[in-house]
Each structure stands twice: as structure tokens, then as C-alpha cells.
Design a protein around this ligand. Structure first.
Ligand code: CU
Length: 323
């Protein structure tokens, strides 16, 4: 917890505010939430503000009835020649894009070896069946929940033009990446509603004591929202996806059929969620202990079934708020 986080007495007074019926107003002012169907879900509150009040997700369903939805691999627009003018958007592009020697050990010389991969991604509102037959308003990278899986190779830079089609400010953080500040998803380095930012991912090798540290460069990473004050809700509402980085050794093993590639390399995310009676996401923005879900899912939907017989390789991530 940050040093300036609320004390328990603050917490109590906040709960009194809720008890007096000002909760919806407080929640709206609290983080400048947008007026979307997704955002409205966090103003819906139970009669009690305690997550553990026993009023869990009211819908019933039979588990293990749905095939698991595997997020598709994100396809690039082009490799090498840019399909758009880099930086020609409201939020621009990192200066490191133009002077790559400050983003990478020049002796590695990867930027000439591996031409830039170019992508475009939209953050959109959509609905998703977390419970079969129940349409839940969510946010989605490319309108998907979870987002598409990026596959990259160590040393090959990427530019992801990310446009925010929602009414809420967003910031995309590549968790585990070593990236320029402009592209790192700092909480107030927003992608404002209707605007776009060119995220420049160097996929570089960090220097440890001046020496390239290859240890963590090939990695199972994930990208997720990181916007100031509303990260928890935005991730809860669907903004997370895989970002897998491979190096030459791993790619050699794949190419020699030692370890599997698509469709047998399956990233699995474990998430918890909780729904209101109308199918919207339950969320309590004033509970700084976090919102706990009572639906635990491997991938989404919650009634997921996956056949392991043909799946010898699983990448996993937990994306729960309190774990
Ligand atoms: Cu993170």
C-alpha cells in the first residue's frame, strides 16, 4: 500500500458516506469514470458495501460446459515498411524510436537485423459472456476478452498504434517489458478517449551492470490497463492480454518440433469476476482491499472446458486483482 493510502478511520468515514446514499455520486467523482455501459456497472452497488457480504453472483450455471476461447495471435499490419507515419497521432511516439542507440546496446545491432513490426489496436466497449447466456458489458483490446496474444522475438522492435474508442481514459502497460517511458503505460500517460498513441516496444535486452542480461528477455508477459485511479476497474472490465517474447534458442526448439507452436502452445489466464443481477460486473471502487470475484475461470467464459490431451504446453498468468 502506498504511504498516503487511507487510514482505517478514513475508510470508515467513506463507508458512512456510502451508507448515507451518496455512493453513486462519490464513485462518479472519485475517478472521473466515463459514462459508458461498462463504467456504469461500477456504480451499481449492493445494499451493503462489503465485498464479502454473501451476496455473490446471483446467476447460476453449469460449469465445464463451454470450450475455452483461446485468444487469437495478433497479426501485424506490416514488417519493415511502416503502414502509417510513426508518431503521427495525438500522443506521438517515444523519442527512442528515432534514436535507438539510447534504447539498446548498439553493439547488439539488432535494429538492423530485425525490421520493425507494425500493429494497430483499438480499445473498444463490447459485451462478453462470462457466464453462458449472460451478456456482460466489458472493455476489450480489439474488442476481445482477453485481448489478442502478441508474439514477439527478442531484439525485434514493435510499434503498436493504440486507439482508445471508449469514453474512459486508458494507459497500456506491457508488464515485464523494458520500454521507453513514453510507451511504458505510466498511469497518467493516457490514451485519451478518441485519441491514439504509438507504443514503441523495443523488445530489448536490459543491461545489468552494463552487460546485456538475456535471462529474462524471452518471457511470458502480459499487457494490461494502467490508467490513474481506474486501473483496477479497467483490468477487471477486461483489459488484459498476453505478450509472449521468444529468443533464438526457443524458436530453434519450436522449429525442430521439440516444443509446440500454435495451435498447441496455449496461453491460459486465471481470473476471478463477480456479476450483478443484471449481468454487469460488480465492482466496489471504494473498497481499497480490492474486489473479490466468486467466479474463477481459466480463460473466459467461466464455464470453460479444455481438453488437455493434445496440449503439452501451457503459458499461464493470473490476472486476479488480489493475487
Ligand atoms: Cu502489470
Amino acid at each position: 500500500m502506498p504511504a498516503n493510502s487511507s487510514s482505517s478511520s478514513d475508510d470508515i468515514s467513506r463507508r458512512k458516506v456510502i451508507a448515507t446514499g451518496a455512493a453513486a455520486v462519490a464513485a462518479g467523482v472519485f475517478a472521473g469514470f466515463g459514462d459508458s455501459a461498462v463504467s456504469k456497472s461500477k456504480r451499481k452497488r449492493k445494499s451493503k458495501d462489503n465485498d464479502n457480504d454473501g451476496n455473490g453472483t446471483p446467476q447460476s450455471f453449469e460449469p465445464f460446459t463451454q470450450p475455452m476461447a483461446v485468444p487469437p495471435v495478433k497479426q501485424e499490419l506490416s514488417i519493415g515498411a511502416p503502414p502509417f507515419t510513426p508518431g503521427d497521432v495525438f500522443h506521438g511516439i517515444a523519442p527512442e524510436f528515432y534514436d535507438r542507440s539510447i534504447a539498446e546496446d548498439p553493439s547488439l545491432n539488432w535494429y538492423e537485423a530485425h525490421p520493425t513490426k507494425w500493429y494497430e489496436m483499438e480499445i473498444r466497449e463490447t459485451t462478453h459472456e462470462i457466464i453462458p447466456g449472460v451478456q456482460t458489458p466489458v472493455f476489450g483490446y480489439d474488442g476481445m476478452y482477453p485481448g489478442p496474444t502478441f508474439k514477439s522475438r527478442v531484439g525485434q522492435p514493435m510499434v503498436v498504434r493504440t486507439r482508445n474508442m471508449t469514453g474512459t481514459e486508458m494507459s497500456v502497460h506491457l508488464h515485464g517489458g523494458h520500454n521507453p517511458a513514453h510507451s511504458d503505460g505510466y498511469p497518467n500517460f493516457f490514451v485519451l478517449p478518441g485519441r491514439a498513441r504509438d507504443y514503441f516496444y523495443t523488445n530489448t535486452v536490459p543491461l545489468e551492470g552494463g552487460i546485456p542480461d538475456f535471462g529474462e528477455s524471452p518471457s511470458t508477459m502480459w499487457y494490461h490497463d494502467h490508467a490513474m485511479d481506474i486501473t483496477a476497474f479497467n483490468v477487471w472490465a477486461g483489459l488484459a492480454g498476453f505478450f509472449l517474447t521468444f529468443n533464438d534458442i526457443e524458436m530453434g526448439l519450436i522449429n525442430n518440433n521439440v516444443i509446440p507452436d500454435d495451435p498447441y502452445d496455449i496461453p491460459i489466464v486465471v481470473q476471478d469476476r463477480r456479476l450483478n443481477a443484471d449481468g454487469t460486473l460488480f465492482f466496489d471502487p471504494l473498497d481499497h482491499n480490492g474486489t473479490l470475484g466468486d467466479l474463477t475461470s481459466v480463460g473466459i467464459p467461466a464455464a470453460t472446458l479444455i481438453e488437455f490431451r493434445d496440449v503439452p504446453r501451457i503459458s499461464s498468468r493470473t490476472s486476479c486483482r488480489m493475487r
